[in-house]
Design a protein around this ligand. Structure first.
Ligand code: ATP
Ligand code: MG
Length: 324
């Protein structure tokens, strides 16, 4: 959300939410360490998701900085997330070698080529790449394929595609507002009443969470389903691997293009592959990485902790740390 067009009031709310999150983290860290924590290293994607071009990235950094200061941090710095993962991997590498860090998260896909395992305290980052696309793009695609038909998509000719794009794009506040402002007086039942339920506060996000769960289950099984009883008693969303394949198509196309570009640019290296980020649990994502780098080995890594591990190591190396 941080890189999307925000009106002044929306920006105020979002800054407030980020402030509360950072304040909670600062207070918990201070309690655990027995001293006031006043400095922070924040991970950031190489390229933020944005609806306003490069200004979105600047806005995101401005909001994060403002929120961190309001949360009581006095000094804040930022580190690209894949570079952070490289810092973490560096500390566990016994011999010097090259690693390609691929971090596929919910919002963005970030890559870094690093030389790790040297005697230096930090890895040598040779290059970074970023694409502001991630798991939420697969959620959106899956929602349009498997769930939005329950709300009339492809069934009611008067309901055009933007209605469903707006409804399913939960991180774009302007699209959400445009969905909430629509009236469905010519739409037949049961779609009109389902859409009316979906217009209630918080319901698009709840539906989106269910779509995300369908996607996660489809990493393991060919078919999954979730109850949508909060829309209508006994309404069930069903999704199959076919829905997933077509819903993920657009994300996978840009992911494969990014991998192909990286592979071309690093031809002289045969790095190990360090995969992290929640989407690195998806078998189709792992397969695409293997296809793009057939000569490279994948090293064991942690999908949830790759980046934060590295951020904490980096903070301990660069921030003014005093141990009690
Ligand atoms: N088993 C799985 N199969 C498919 N997707 C998964 C799986 N587990 C998690 N995900 C997806 O991974 C994404 C979250 O990954 P992660 O926690 O790394 O994101 P993030 O760090 O919050 O986002 P970003 O790095 O883009 O800012 C979500 O889209 C989630 O649905
Ligand atoms: Mg991440």
């Amino acid at each position: 959300m941080l890189g999307f067009r925000l009106e002044r009031v929306q920006r105020g709310y979002i800054t407030g939410i980020v402030t509360r999150i950072l304040k909670h983290i600062r207070e918990q860290a201070s309690l655990q360490l027995g001293q006031e924590v006043t400095q922070a290293t924040l991970g950031r994607p190489v390229k933020f998701r944005s609806s306003i071009g490069p200004d979105g990235g600047l806005q995101a950094i401005a909001i994060l900085t403002e929120a961190a200061l309001a949360a009581g941090f006095e000094k804040v710095d930022f580190l690209h997330e894949p570079s952070a993962a490289a810092v973490g991997y560096h500390t566990s590498s016994a011999t010097a070698h090259h690693a390609l860090i691929v971090d596929i998260g919910g919002g963005t896909t970030d890559i870094a080529l690093a030389e790790v395992g040297t005697e230096d305290t930090q890895p040598h980052i040779l290059s970074t790449w970023g694409e502001p696309k991630g798991g939420t793009d697969v959620d959106l695609g899956l929602s349009l394929r498997s769930v939005m038909p329950l709300f009339g998509k492809g069934v009611c000719p008067e309901l055009l595609a933007p209605v469903f794009m707006d409804a399913a794009s939960v991180s774009d506040l302007n699209r959400q507002k445009s969905f909430r402002d629509r009236r469905f007086i010519h739409t037949p039942l049961p779609y009109a009443s389902r859409l009316a339920e979906l217009q209630k506060p918080g319901i698009p996000v709840r539906l989106n969470r269910d779509v995300e769960k369908l996607k996660i289950e489809l990493s393991k099984t060919a078919r999954s389903e979730r109850s949508l009883s909060y829309i209508e008693p006994s309404l069930v969303a069903q999704a199959t691997d076919t829905h997933l394949a077509s819903g993920a198509e657009s994300f996978m196309r840009s992911f494969e293009q990014l991998l192909a570009q990286v592979s071309k640019e690093i031809q002289e290296y045969t790095p190990v592959l360090f995969l992290t980020g929640g989407m690195s649990r998806a078998p189709y994502v792992i397969e695409a990485v293997k296809q793009a780098f057939p000569r490279c080995d994948i090293v064991p890594s942690e999908a949830s902790l790759g980046v934060v591990d590295g951020l904490s190591v980096y903070a301990s190396l660069t921030q003014d740390v005093r141990y009690p």
